[in-house]
Write a new protein. Structure first.
Length: 236
């Protein structure tokens, strides 16, 4: 009798669980889940905008560049731009040329041009930037002839500049674009002006040696061909 009562009780409990558990499960499932504890810093890091900004797909979003204005005067440039995310990019251009001889035609130029860019409205088109130039120049009867300098006058100088830039990218294809930009800011340069007589550099006037100037105005200009080699294949 005791065993029968025990089995009856267990069977009754099992039936009650089967009958009431689905409703109980639905009731529990409809309860709002408690929100996880987060600090203000964690909330900032978990926002959708931050997740989109630091997208892993941008880690290797790289463009190669050459400024056609410098290329046209036989001072070829080469550079790259790394898109850190959809809002920010780091650009670095450089130039090194060594044409001519020591006493005849001389056309020696080197410079580097780093820049940080902020893209407006989440696109690859309009941007603002901040950057500068550091370099040296030594030109006498250069490969451009008297296009920029008098034929018998040579210049050697060092230059430093910094300022803000603005630009626009004209999309050509899925992988190529033109980058038009102009920079304004501060420029400091020091130069000598000379001519060459009997294979000797002669300074034209004393006041033309170690001349130092500081200017406010244009710091750079570019019509640059850009080749997107990795990352998103489509321009935004």
């Amino acid at each position: 009798m005791y065993m029968l009562n025990k089995k009856f009780v267990l069977l009754t409990i099992a039936l009650l669980l089967v009958a009431f558990f689905p409703g109980f499960a639905r009731h529990v499932g409809n309860k709002p889940r408690p929100k996880p504890y987060t600090t203000p810093g964690m909330i900032l890091l978990l926002t959708d905008k931050m997740q989109q900004t630091w997208d892993k797909r941008y880690f290797l979003n790289l463009d190669l560049r050459t400024n056609l204005l410098y290329d046209a005067v036989l001072s070829p440039t080469f550079g790259f731009e790394w898109h850190i995310n959809r809002y920010w990019g780091v650009k670095f251009d450089g130039c090194f040329t060594h044409w001519g001889s020591r006493y005849g035609m001389v056309h020696n130029i080197w410079f580097v041009n780093p820049e940080v860019r902020w893209y407006l409205k989440n696109t690859d088109r309009f941007y603002m930037g901040m950057g500068g130039n550091v370099g040296r120049m030594n030109i006498y009867r250069g490969v451009t002839g008297s296009l920029f300098f008098p034929e018998d006058t040579g210049y050697q100088n060092s230059i430093f500049s910094g300022g803000i830039t603005a630009g626009y990218k004209l999309i050509l294809t899925r992988s190529f674009a033109f980058d038009f930009n102009l920079g304004l800011g501060y420029t400091h340069f020091k130069y000598d002006s000379f001519t060459v007589i009997d294979k000797t550099r002669v300074y034209q006037r004393v006041k033309m040696k170690d001349v130092t100037k500081n200017l406010l105005g244009p710091t750079q200009a570019g019509v640059t061909l850009v080749w997107k080699i990795s990352g998103h294949r489509n321009w935004r």
